[in-house]
Design a protein around this ligand. Structure first.
Ligand SMILES: Nc1ncnc2c1ncn2[C@@H]1O[C@H](COP(=O)(O)OP(=O)(O)OP(=O)(O)O)[C@@H](O)[C@H]1O
Ligand SMILES: [Mg+2]
Length: 231
């Protein structure tokens, strides 16, 4: 499918429709172990700018992010489940903006219009988004799950620009299997980033017990090898 096509009137530039469900928080299965300790960490700290949940597949990254969204009454969340097809800067920002506009209806109308013109200047679009976010009250989080599918340099550069200029009320949470090629050392030095890695994602003893009492197969447990198949 082409990224964009002319429609009827020669001056009209129309992009393919977006899959809206990708900007909705996925529904969690019943019976999952509540990650109380991790949720407390995630919900802590008012001025964090980036949360990085990084671990191999199956470690419970998406699950803990979903549990955080449900459990944190002090923040409002936008969600985007990324796919390979989003590995294009305009597609990525259409989805990011869709997710943010689901969170704050009417946010950055100007950016939305600009993004749908031919060859949009992404820095201008993102600057409009950032400026609009300044007027939004409360604490906001944009969750970008499966960020590891993004490999396009322009996508990373645009995300870097966004992160570098975030208002203090807003943070980006990345769920990813691999370390994103973003420059986050300044945020780290300033204590504005929280990293949850595979070690932190491992179940505690209590969580393992709770999983054993349930029927779900949990991610690897702390201090031991991953739970056996057909757990
Ligand atoms: N809190 C939990 N309680 C019980 N089972 C869990 C929990 N978290 C994860 N699991 C189990 O591990 C599986 C993988 O979890 P999840 O999809 O969150 O992993 P992931 O790290 O996001 O993986 P991927 O990188 O493939 O997206 C779940 O389908 C579930 O079976
Ligand atoms: Mg996942």
């Amino acid at each position: 499918m082409s990224a964009a096509h002319r429609q009827g009137n020669a001056d009209r530039w129309e992009l393919p429709p977006l899959v809206v469900v990708k900007t909705r928080v996925p529904v969690q299965r019943e019976g999952l172990v509540r990650r109380t300790e991790l949720i407390t960490r995630l919900a802590d700290q008012d001025d964090r700018q980036v949360t990085l949940v990084q671990a191999p597949t199956g470690y419970g990254k998406s699950t803990v992010l979903m549990q955080w969204v449900k459990a944190d009454p002090l923040r409002r969340f936008g969600w985007l489940s990324l796919e390979q097809s989003d590995n294009d800067p305009v597609v990525l920002w259409r989805y990011v903006l869709l997710a943010l506009r689901a969170l704050v209806p009417g946010l950055a109308d100007r950016a939305w219009v600009l993004l749908h013109q031919r060859d949009p200047d992404l820095e201008v679009v993102i600057t409009h988004v950032l400026n609009s976010l300044l007027d939004v009250p409360g604490r906001l989080v944009l969750v970008l799950d499966d960020y590891h599918v993004i490999t396009n340099r322009q996508c990373h550069d645009s995300m870097q620009y966004f992160i570098d200029h975030l208002p203090s009320s807003m943070q980006v949470a990345l769920g990813t299997r691999t370390r994103p090629p973003l420059s986050l050392s300044k945020l780290k030095a300033e204590g504005l980033i929280l990293t949850i890695d595979s070690t932190k994602l491992q179940f505690s003893l209590e969580e393992t017990k709770s999983a054993l009492e349930g029927v779900q197969r949990p991610p690897p447990s702390r201090g031991g090898s991953p739970c056996p198949p057909n757990f």
